[in-house]
Design a protein around this ligand. Sequence first.
Ligand code: GLU
Length: 306
Amino acid sequence: MPQYMVLPENKALSLPLANAGCRLDAVVTRFAPSPNGPLHLGHAYAAICAHDFARAHGGRFLLRIEDIDGARSRAEHVEGILADLRWLGLDWDGDVIFQSQRTGRYTAALRRLDAMGLIYRCHCTRGDIAAALRRKSVPHGPDGPVYPGTCRGRDVDEGKPYCWRLDMAAATVQVGVTGWTDLAAGKQTADPALFGDVVLWRKDVPASYHLAATCDDGADGITYVVRGKDLFAYSAVHVLLQKLLGLLHPAYWHHPLLLDETGAKLAKSRDSAALATLRAAGEPGEKLADDLRRGELPLGISLATD
Ligand code: GLU
């Protein structure tokens, strides 16, 4: 049995109100795990936030498996995700959505951006980028140094592997100032230029996370993207892509993250927090979910305050 502690302050989950101009009956949220490892307590918290927010507003809660990266996705993790959610007492609406079955949609979006002259092929390997960064100083974005633009405007050798990158400067000129509403943090101005020319289509994998997630949120009619604060900054890129692709803008709720005893975000490699481990040990999942809702966290786990 995990030992529980009650936090000194009230850290019970309090759901924000759906107030971003959407009708209450139009609340549609999703939980979108990548099946590249077992889910942990942080995923349980994310799923509860998205599920409870939808249910509190009489809305729909969708389950989307982000298995676009075939080399890292595993069928046993998909099975584990479904079993973990059922064990936690979380039910989703409709069929489970698999990104691996939707590559046609992502290709169409990429073609559209190509026709707008906003993407380019890039041959650079990690080594090429590291070498270019030694020669040229570039700004640091939320994901580290931004791509130095080596292949922008260059002729490409179609025989060599390439990815597709967004020409961020051209895209931001086209779209102008954008932003989004976060139910916890308030109105945000998007600054996607911080990320530089993001990859939209990888060499080895169809769409990148940014393109696939944005296309799907639009196609599935997601009105509230509920996810952890670690993905907060990416919303700037997603809002830009929504505008370029003519998709509706959802509102966002980036909830606080669960931390381990060192203060780091829970990782898939941390076995003790794996839901499958607790499930196999006979822990009652619905009680665990209720404990998380009340802010009663297993010993060593805390909720980030920022
Ligand atoms: N697939 C992402 C993850 O597992 C979540 C994506 C999202 O919620 O936008 O971290």
